[in-house]
Design a protein around this ligand. Structure first.
Ligand SMILES: [Zn+2]
Length: 295
């Protein structure tokens, strides 16, 4: 998909292709053109979004990650709805940096990273999305599915009319799930995927890959299988006792740290910790004086 391409999916729903193939630090957005116009997750890049400025009644964010919200500021005249769990942090770079990086030096690095690499600008939310709330955009209905784990505020949106799922950062990419913040929770993320496994939508619009018109159950299983591969990899590494810092050096999840290395190392460590927590619970690993070892 070319950046800025508007790909019709149903009569009223289209995908707006992001820069960089929709890969981080960008995403694909969703445009609903009914009697009202709504734009979901304007993180496609300024060049793509500018032509839409002034034509959107309602901006909706699936969560507060800046790669999904970096263009909110271009829609100052629009309503901006964000998940209720982000009531105290949405749009506020100081508050977001405390959520997404360790307060202190890392939070400062995160603010630079969000502004410079992602192009984040502050914005003001005008309303809050509650779990299971239905939003009406003209005649198009959207149901809020609060599916935490990635972040505490992560939501998917389900459109019962066309049977379409906006899956946000249940992004079904080959990289797999991401859960690198202090607030991220692998157990909750697994439960969120289990809830989605009950759906068989006709179309799935992911924030970071091309739309899916078939094979959602398989794509969801493949996405979840990445967790098992990561757990196996970490279990292999701790056959010999390892500290968390040693595990981070081996980068079993990211493999390498191509940008913002201190932040990527922090997120890598958090994701490893989530796996270790699970492995300990399953009796496969044990904490040691210095770190962890296989049980
Ligand atoms: Zn995200």
């Amino acid at each position: 998909m070319k950046p800025g391409q508007i790909l019709p999916v149903t009569e009223t729903v289209s995908l707006v292709a992001g820069m960089n193939q929709g890969a981080f630090p960008r995403c694909h957005a969703v445009l609903i053109q009914d009697r009202e116009t709504a734009l979901i997750d304007p993180g496609c890049g300024k060049e793509v979004l500018e032509p839409l400025a002034g034509r959107v009644d309602l901006v909706i964010n699936t969560h507060t990650h800046p790669d999904h919200t970096s263009g909110n500021y271009l829609f100052r005249e629009s309503e901006v709805l964000v998940p209720a769990q982000a009531r105290d942090s949405a749009g506020d770079i100081q508050a977001l940096s405390r959520r997404f990086a360790r307060p202190g030096r890392l939070a400062g690095l995160w603010r630079n990273f969000a502004r410079q690499l992602i192009g984040f600008h502050e914005y003001r939310a005008t309303g809050f999305l509650q779990p299971d709330q239905e939003i009406q955009v003209g005649r198009t209905r959207l149901r809020v599915m609060h599916l935490p784990g990635h972040t505490v505020d992560h939501c998917c949106l389900y459109l019962p009319g066309p049977d379409l799922l906006i899956s946000a950062d249940v992004d079904l990419t080959s990289f797999g799930p991401w859960y690198g913040h202090t607030e991220s929770d692998l157990g909750l993320f697994r439960a969120s995927l289990a809830r989605l496994a009950g759906l068989k939508p006709k179309a799935v619009l992911s924030a970071h890959r091309e739309p899916l018109f078939q094979g959602f159950p398989e794509a969801l299983r493949a996405f979840a299988a990445v967790w098992d591969r990561r757990s196996d990899l970490i279990l292999g590494l701790i056959k010999k006792e390892q500290t968390l810092a040693q595990l981070v050096d081996q980068a079993p999840i990211y493999r390498r740290f191509p940008y913002a290395e201190p932040l990527m190392r922090f997120w890598e460590g958090r994701m490893i910790e989530e796996h270790l927590k699970e492995l300990v619970k399953r009796g496969l690993a044990r904490p040691t004086e210095r770190g962890f070892a296989a049980a």
